[in-house]
Design a protein around this ligand. Structure first.
Ligand code: G2I
Length: 447
């Protein structure tokens, strides 16, 4: 026997022995995972990723990165981070012209080396300004703000998926006005100036406006931010997304029209993000609803909770997070993970309207040409129905088939009613210069 064939015989016997012991191991464990068998993801980030590539993230404090109980949960559960304080103006430019990025860089490095996406928070804000900036006004302040945006966005260029370019610029209450601040007093265009500077410094980052108390669609503040975003889109101010902080004080403060708020912003042609979620006493219902609402809106890209354990929270006495102080999962954690796992794989929304309309409408993208594209929509759960579809202007629907359409006065909202020709209808949309926006289903109502 030649040396080669002896080796071959030996390796064949070895393979056979390995195969036999693998069978024995499977028999002993008692489970065989067949290819294609669905298995529920066991962490928040993994499950969110399976829902159309969404993320599930958390605010991170650099000071806690030495706490192994903290980093164990962070590294296991989350696929996105936001620096809780380390990228704010007072942290990054404590003296005018002197930038410090050490703590922020540590967070970015921790996240990116583990494949987590980073949200930058925040470039321009009335709060947490260093003393030198608080004392400035007028043109000097405007220039200092723009320089700050440019320097910080440039430092992190290529590392930040989304920037909260401007934070909390609107007043609470019924006025719908801008919040008074030294930045606002430099002129109403300070927000768009900040967005333009950010775009120039980091063209690949998605640029968001971020605020709290813009969760309830009926609130004046929500409407005011909506109008600003609409105006920015109409005038070509570079804005890509809106962040709803969603600091809820309890189950009742999760508004039942939250999904309407998310889908209404999305219909303007921006992504939506839930950026700082925490809910007093962490009620399972409210947490579950937030997840379901995000999953129902295609442009809701992910959810960030504002801290990991209750003891890490800025309002720890309210125990608003998903892990207790010992790092154990709370009932809210289980509710969130189950809601994520129950979501539609692929993450495309099947959108019963708030309150439930008795049917589900699912979009299937169709052929795309240089100037237009087709969309078809399939309805399940009812044989007669009306489906509301919203288009982002300047796009316009130019033709439809297999349904009876009616339009609102803006021409951007089409209600399509079944006409007996089946459960799939379609339409052609002219891009009119906007090649990226796509139609959204606002509701599906049976009957
Ligand atoms: O207030 C809750 C959040 C509302 N939206 C914007 C977020 O940026 C804000 O986060 C909080 C942080 O969670 C707190 O940790 O923002 C506060 C103010 O910037 C943060 O509090 C600050 C304290 O005011 C400082 O005294 C402290 O040195 O945290 C700092 C670091 O612990």
């Amino acid at each position: 026997m030649s040396r080669d064939s002896a080796d071959t015989g030996r390796s064949r016997r070895l393979r056979a022995a390995l195969a036999l012991s693998a069978v024995g191991l499977l028999a002993a464990v008692g489970t065989v995972v067949l290819p294609g068998t669905a298995s529920a993801a066991s962490t928040l980030g993994a499950s969110a990723a399976e829902r159309g590539g969404r993320y599930f993230g958390t605010a991170v404090a650099a000071s806690r990165l030495n706490d192994s109980a903290y980093t164990t949960i962070l590294n296991r559960e989350f696929n996105q981070v936001t620096a809780e304080n380390e990228m704010k103006i007072d942290a990054t430019q404590p003296q005018q012209g002197q930038f410090t990025f050490g703590n922020a860089d540590r967070i970015v490095q921790h996240a990116r080396s583990r494949g987590m996406q980073v949200r930058g928070h925040t470039l321009a804000w009335h709060s947490q300004q260093p003393g030198w900036m608080q004392n400035m006004s007028g043109t000097a302040l405007r220039n200092a703000m723009l320089n700050h945006v440019t320097q910080v966005a440039t430092h992190f260029r290529g590392q930040i998926a989304w920037w909260d370019v401007v934070n909390e610029a609107f007043q609470d209450g019924s006025s719908g006005a801008r919040r008074d601040s030294n930045l606002q007093r430099t002129g109403n265009d300070w927000i768009e100036a900040a967005f333009r500077a950010a775009r120039q410094a980091d063209p690949n980052a998605q640029l968001c406006y971020n605020d709290y108390n813009i969760d309830n669609w009926n609130d004046a503040k929500t409407q005011a931010v909506y109008r600003m975003v609409q105006d920015f889109k109409n005038r070509g101010v570079p804005i890509d997304c809106v962040g709803l902080q969603s600091h809820f004080t309890g189950g009742s403060n999760y508004p039942s029209n939250y999904r309407t708020t998310l889908s209404s912003f999305a219909a303007l042609g921006v992504d939506v993000h839930i950026t700082e979620l925490d809910i007093r006493n962490a009620p399972t219902d409210a947490y579950r609803n937030v997840v379901n609402d995000c999953l129902a809106v295609a442009r809701c890209k992910g959810i960030t909770v504002w801290g990991i354990r209750d003891s890490d929270s800025w309002r720890s006495s309210e125990s608003p997070l998903l892990f207790n102080g010992s790092g154990n999962k709370k009932p809210a954690y289980d509710a969130v993970l189950a809601a994520l796992n129950n979501g539609n794989p692929g993450g495309n929304p099947t959108t019963p309207p708030p309150g439930g309309g008795g049917c589900t409408a699912t979009i299937t993208p169709g052929q795309v040409w240089g100037d237009r594209y087709n969309t078809s929509v399939t309805v399940s759960g009812a044989s007669t129905w009306s489906v509301v579809v919203t288009i982002t202007p300047p796009q316009k629907i130019s033709g439809t088939w297999s349904g009876n359409p009616t339009w609102d006065s803006s021409g951007n909202v089409m209600t399509m009613r079944s006409n007996g020709s089946g459960n799939t209808f379609g339409f052609t949309t002219m891009m009119n210069g906007n090649s990226s926006a796509r139609p959204q289903i606002t509701s599906c109502t049976a009957g």
